[in-house]
Write a new protein. Structure first.
Lengths: 221, 221
């Protein structure tokens, strides 16, 4: 994921340590090719080819990742796709300088937002608990829940874009209030992240940055 | 994911519409078996067998999902595994009544937290921008970034648990302040979610709840 800093580009993505015969990947049920596609060889792309990302591809991605779990099955993530040059032009002033050129050039840009009034759908989405909607009368609590669950769904979406053989370019370097005011003037959405989507172009990748080891992340009691 | 409500259990997981020959899964590069393993046939489990989840399995899951992207490569997710009966007993009073029995019985329970002082690691994790650490002097801003990026990582982790052939049981029904005070008295962590992990046991699944269609989630400009 990219913020506002710039880094030297690499011509080829660096492979992560293999999950193959001698690696930890042997303990996984997911086959090594899929491990590479989704995580080990997948990278945040910073350039893209001109090949379009079709609506059918986006629907296929959604049809896969919509099965990921969310609390109360609330599914608050909403996806605004910017295809037209006019729509793209409305976004760019709110994007940090370092992200602007690639966002202008990407085949597709997704604005990822959370629907703060997701509770209105709960009678359909969580039907065995008819009172669930009423638990969420407090807007501040809904904002927190919407942000949390939509962010989980963005995690699934990154995996889904890669499952389609595409590269995701998630970007946190933008003004979320400005984007909200521009594209969601109804006030019922919170903008969480931007994501460029496409096939990687020339010099698409920076060098792979270090990852924390299990011992630095996991504690057992 | 489960909150506090109870629902009737199903003996077998309901299959989601196939991603097969006539489905949208054809547009994906990920093979259909992997689509099923990670999303279409994967379900939030509510019961588990006694089969242990080993430390080696957890390390293999982490070794896969740690390559998922985070802003500034910050990787703020921290995983506290509760194995011992004594540790589990400290958690249960903070878990909602409906989640308590399954959390007591699960082979492994993970407390998923965000390290609010993640910026201390940025000189190693984002070395090309030595000032990144200094951008994050404001604690409130760090809390927001830590929560967001650790939640993205939880999305990857759900996929990773399933990639190991295990079932995840994420739970939002607990008192995050109580769990934080019990397990993270240093005050530098925010507790985001609990997750039971194991092999599904008898009556592990509720019926699959409805998912939103693409037309309800995706807008194009």
């Amino acid at each position: 994921m990219t913020g506002t800093a710039t880094r030297p580009a690499a011509d080829q993505p660096q492979a992560a340590p293999t999950g193959g015969p001698t690696g930890a990947g042997d303990l996984l049920a997911l086959d090594p090719a899929a491990q590479d596609l989704l995580f080990r060889a997948a990278r945040t792309a910073n350039t893209f080819t001109d090949e379009p990302v079709t609506d059918a591809q986006v629907r296929a991605i959604h049809d896969l990742v919509r099965y990921g779990p969310t609390a109360l099955n609330a599914q608050p993530l909403r996806i605004l796709l910017l295809r037209s040059p006019a729509a793209r032009a409305r976004l760019l002033p709110h994007v940090s300088r370092g992200n602007r050129a690639k966002t202008a050039a990407a085949p597709l840009v997704a604005v990822l937002a959370a629907d703060v009034d997701f509770h209105e759908r709960l009678p359909e989405l969580f039907p065995h608990q008819p009172r669930a909607r009423d638990w969420l009368g407090d807007r501040a609590e809904r904002v927190a829940q919407a942000r949390f669950n939509a962010t989980l769904q963005i995690g699934y979406l990154v995996v889904g874009v890669r499952a389609a053989g595409l590269a995701a370019g998630p970007m946190a370097g933008f003004d979320p209030v400005g984007v909200r005011q521009e594209f969601f003037p109804d006030g019922r959405h919170e903008v969480l992240l931007l994501m460029n989507i496409g096939r990687p172009g020339p010099h698409a990748w920076h060098d792979r940055l270090p990852r924390l080891d299990a011992a630095e992340v996991i504690t057992t009691l």
